[in-house]
Design a protein around this ligand. Sequence first.
Ligand SMILES: [Zn+2]
Ligand SMILES: [Zn+2]
Length: 298
Amino acid sequence: MQQVWDWIKDVLLGTGGALKWTALVVALFMLLEGAPLRGLLHRGYNLLVFALNMIGLAVVGLALDRVEAAMPEHGLIGRLLPGWTPGHPGSWQNVLWATLLYTVVYDFFHYWAHRAQHEFAPLWVLHRVHHNDNNMDASTSVRHSLGAGVVGTVLAHFPTYLILGGGMLPYFGAIILFWVWFFFTHAQLRWSMGWLTAVLVGPQMHRIHHGRSVAYHNRNYAQFFPFYDWLFGTLRMPEQDEWPETGVDGDDQPRWAWQQVFLPWLHPVTPAALPEPVAPAVEVADDSDPAAPTMAGR
Ligand SMILES: [Zn+2]
Ligand SMILES: [Zn+2]
């Protein structure tokens, strides 16, 4: 009994610590976003979703920890390159390279895990909690259902660990990439990143992903590199000054945060409803080009 109590205490203390730091970053972003005070309630709701999700993940995490512990410490890459210990890289250049490598591998798996959550109804039910925020801001980055957290861990983090090793990501890289960067890409910052827009996912690119209108559905899945969306045919580059409304039509946010975390399939919208896909572009044959294939010729 004492053991169970100690475990509950650890979970609550761990969640409290994570919540404290997350609230601090959300508050800092709120200053940058120039949000009015009434935005506090909205951010508080998302932070509550985060805290409940953390508690849920800690319970599920008992099983996930075992899977992670069973993986090779230095990943499959460690079998090819004995002595591979990028978790302790030594120099700042190695920290940079190791962090970059981690993001490239992670983003590949994240792309497909994320895409699956938009294209398979049972996964979309879990993921839409992240999307049914009508006022996306930095706090939206921690707004997830418990199920989506598990799916992301299993489909994106585990394969990355398997290849590169769980202890591979340098500590500072982990904080900046998997914490601060996620807040940044969700922030209500109407900053143009210029030519970097095509290289690194920023607030505008990810806002397109959260766009409410059907023109934005199922686009821009990558978390770091738009290259993956270009490669797999889902890229939608933002127009200048394009900052769409966010949210999911017909999916009103439930009043209580715990419903978002633990009962996402009970939302008003029918569970089978997927985001309506963007209509494929109609290709117009150019009559002036004799080499252009025509339907009549097939
Ligand atoms: Zn999404
Ligand atoms: Zn998002």
